[in-house]
Design a protein around this ligand. Structure first.
Ligand code: AMP
Ligand code: GLY
Length: 422
């Protein structure tokens, strides 16, 4: 089978790498891919959001199956477009992708489905949002409605800061149209987890749990990023919590989406806050997480294509995901300055050092004049497996220590919650 992966980050390298080991994948493409995917797939010079270009490519190459990595093509309707043209594609339709494309829509679905989540109010003008602050209880959380690459959320104790954020989002439009509406919600204390399932519109099979590290510095300090590291499984998702997430979150959401006329097929990612043993939904994403995909794909055992195909065929529960390596850890190596401004173009050394049970997934890299150079904020995701989270963490850090480029940095405490829990 000819398979196309849409995207070019660390998540897509991990997906493509796992698919490349599927016995039925005879030819693999990645659009646009990166120097990591170039080793296992044919990179196609098309942007991930060029949905018309991707369709033309898939038709010309007679692609049998397409897997979508990032949210933007999904929100733009790439699945509808491919399906309308008779092409098999794994991911949610445009109307189902509103779960990530609009936090107001997501909250409405949560309320309809009776899923535990923070109390909230939605606003479409700055003045009423700001006057709401007078009576609101702090800390509180303010979220831009639309996509904002992880930057559209403020958690604050401070009224002046809250006001400033509302003005920036709704007045100055720093997130563009994504800030036309906002929600203000209750702060939930607890520990976060990423719970990702493969859904077929009606039913689902869960992947293993994972935990991301969103803040840029050790000890969860500094601004939010796309994610500085992740590990799987997340011990905060105990057997009981896992059962509650399936029963109280995923099942009712899929049922409600179906009733609303937008059944969900694809990777469904629930951002969960576990508060006193109860799961609350912070957000839904309509794709695999990045960097959660790296440890998840690293641990996935068997034919990934089989479960994705079963989902598109509407019988996902016919496949049971298998896992190898009891734990996996991904440490993201980033460019100095990220998530603010950073320089690109530094030569990366230490990529070709062999190490057991480790993969270095590429994210923001580029090939130039025979070198691999930095080309983004998150550059590499060093991912390792092990029998324990400690072993996987040690292995990932040992491999990361061999990689060198100017102004690089990474968090030294990935997986600390899992390790300190013991
Ligand atoms: P979101 O994009 O909605 O997941 O928000 C980004 C991050 O903000 C989350 O990963 C949490 O760390 C934090 N956050 C969002 N909503 C809440 C909430 N209601 N209570 C506490 N923290 C939150
Ligand atoms: N790692 C968080 C996300 O992919 O949204």
């Amino acid at each position: 089978m000819k398979v196309l992966v849409i995207g070019g980050g660390g998540r897509e390298h991990a997906i493509a790498w796992r698919l490349s080991q599927s016995p039925r994948v005879t030819k693999l493409f990645c659009a646009p891919g990166n120097p990591g995917t170039a080793v296992i797939a044919g990179n196609v010079a098309l942007a991930a959001d060029d949905v018309e270009g991707l369709l033309a490519f898939a038709q010309k190459e007679r692609i049998d199956f397409t897997v979508v990595g990032p949210e933007i093509p999904l929100v733009k309707g790439v699945v509808d477009l491919f399906a309308k043209n008779g092409l098999k594609i794994f991911g949610p339709t445009q109307s189902a992708a509103r779960l990530e494309g609009s936090k107001v829509f997501m909250k409405e679905m949560l309320v309809k489905a009776g899923i535990p989540t923070a109390h909230y109010q939605a606003f479409d003008d700055a003045a009423s949002a700001i006057s709401h602050l007078d009576t609101a209880e702090f800390p509180l959380v303010i979220k831009a409605d639309g996509l904002a690459a992880g930057k559209g959320v403020l958690v604050t104790h401070d009224k002046a800061e809250a006001r400033e954020f509302i003005n920036a989002a709704m007045g100055k439009k720093v997130f563009g149209a994504s800030g036309d509406a906002i929600i203000i919600e209750q702060f939930l204390p607890g520990e976060e987890a990423s719970y990702i399932v493969v859904a077929d519109g009606t039913d689902f099979v869960p992947l293993a749990s994972a935990q991301d590290h969103k803040r840029v510095f050790d000890g969860d300090k500094g601004p939010n990023t796309g994610g500085m590291g992740a590990y799987s499984p997340a011990p905060v998702v105990t057997k009981e919590v896992d059962e509650k997430i399936r029963r109280k979150v995923i099942a009712p959401l899929l049922k409600t989406m179906r009733e609303e006329g937008c059944p969900f097929t694809g990777f469904l990612y629930a951002g969960i806050m576990v508060s006193n043993g109860e799961p609350y939904v912070l957000e839904f994403n309509v794709r695999l997480g990045d960097p959660e995909a790296q440890p998840l794909m690293f641990r996935y055992h068997g034919d990934l294509l089989a479960v994705l195909e079963a989902a598109v065929a509407g019988n996902v529960t016919s496949v049971t995901p298998q896992w190898k390596n009891d734990a996996a850890v991904c440490v993201v190596i980033a460019s100095g300055g990220y998530p603010g401004e950073f320089e690109k173009g530094f030569i990366i050394e230490g990529l070709d050092v062999a190490a057991e049970n480790v993969m270095v997934f590429h994210a923001g890299t580029k090939r130039e004049a025979g070198n691999t150079i930095t080309a983004g904020g998150r550059v590499l995701g060093v991912t390792a497996g092990g029998a324990t989270i400690e072993e996987a963490t040690r292995r990932a850090y040992a491999r990361a220590a061999v990689i060198k480029f100017e102004r690089m940095f990474y968090r030294k405490d990935i997986a600390h919650r899992a390790i300190n829990r013991k």
